[in-house]
Design a protein around this ligand. Structure first.
Ligand code: SAM
Length: 259
């Protein structure tokens, strides 16, 4: 059970789950502050909180991705062995969580932003994960064809210049029979009144495109072992103007196998 005093300044969290609870409290505060530096700092601080809580006992580190996606990630990894690609790994939280939970795997994280690669390397304590600067569109050149047993790309395809080129590169880097999984936002809204001047607080403004269920089925539905899962997200009042209502809010998870 978590102790209420764990969240108080000056009291280090006792377990990794307490650390995550503390992190979520800070996330809520940082989102309200709308300060991009504070939001970025959250993930650096999360590494410290976890380190304080678990020390060298990395088995205790929980999956660090969003609570909604963690069970999906765990499930998809159950039968996987070998080399894993994280295309667009950001600050490396998911890659590190995978590496911590699966010492038998080796994870390669590729990320376009040099600053994120630097943060990931600073946070990393696991020998079976590596981070490098690069484009998701060029992973087949970085690693060669048929290299990976599993490739995933979470919250990245909505940012890239060319989705088809990115998918082509990632699937080329997969071995035949390897699985590719991606997560993209599931954002469908209804506008109920005039929209005020509004600055998104969370980076939604840098999405280059939206994905719909119909389009995802049309593009990927015939792929081998295709799977689409809708993962509901948490609608936080105040995150969008009051005149925006969610129809569907969360993420699409898509997975299929390279023939
Ligand atoms: C929303 S973050 C998601 C990070 C991470 N996948 C996660 O789930 O925590 C999107 C990341 O994709 C990276 N990115 C965007 N376009 C990319 C590209 N073409 N190649 C590699 N990384 C890219 C961004 O720099 C950013 O770190």
């Amino acid at each position: 059970m978590s102790d209420a005093t764990n969240s108080e300044p000056g009291f280090p969290p006792r377990t990794a789950w307490d650390a995550l609870a503390e992190h979520r409290t800070r996330v809520d505060r940082a989102l309200v502050s709308r300060d991009p530096a504070a939001i970025k700092q959250l993930y650096i601080d999360l590494g410290d909180l976890l380190s304080e809580a678990v020390g060298a006992d990395i088995e205790q580190v929980p999956v660090l991705s969003l609570p909604e996606t963690a069970p999906v990630v765990g499930g998809l990894l159950q039968d996987v062995e070998g080399l894993v690609l994280d295309a667009g790994c950001g600050e490396g939280a998911v890659a590190m969580a995978v590496a911590a939970r699966h010492p038998e795997l080796h994870v390669e994280g590729v990320e376009v932003a040099a600053a994120n690669v630097e943060i990931a390397r600073k946070l990393n304590r696991f020998p079976n994960v590596a981070f490098r600067e690069g484009l998701a569109e060029e992973v087949h050149q970085l690693f060669g064809s048929g290299t990976f047993d599993l490739a995933y790309s979470f919250a990245v395809l909505e940012h890239v210049r060319d989705v088809e080129a990115t998918i082509r590169s990632i699937t080329t880097a997969l071995r035949p029979g390897g699985r590719f999984c991606f997560v993209v936002p599931m954002h469908e809204f209804r506008v109920t009144g005039p929209l005020p001047e509004y600055t998104p607080i969370h980076g939604y403004a840098d999405h280059c495109r939206v994905f719909s269920e119909r389009e995802l089925y049309a593009r990927f539905g015939r792929e081998k072992d295709f799977r689409l899962v809708k993962i509901p997200g948490r609608w936080k009042p105040g995150e969008f103007p009051d005149t925006v209502e969610p129809i569907e809010f969360g993420s699409f998870f898509v997975g299929y196998t390279r023939p």
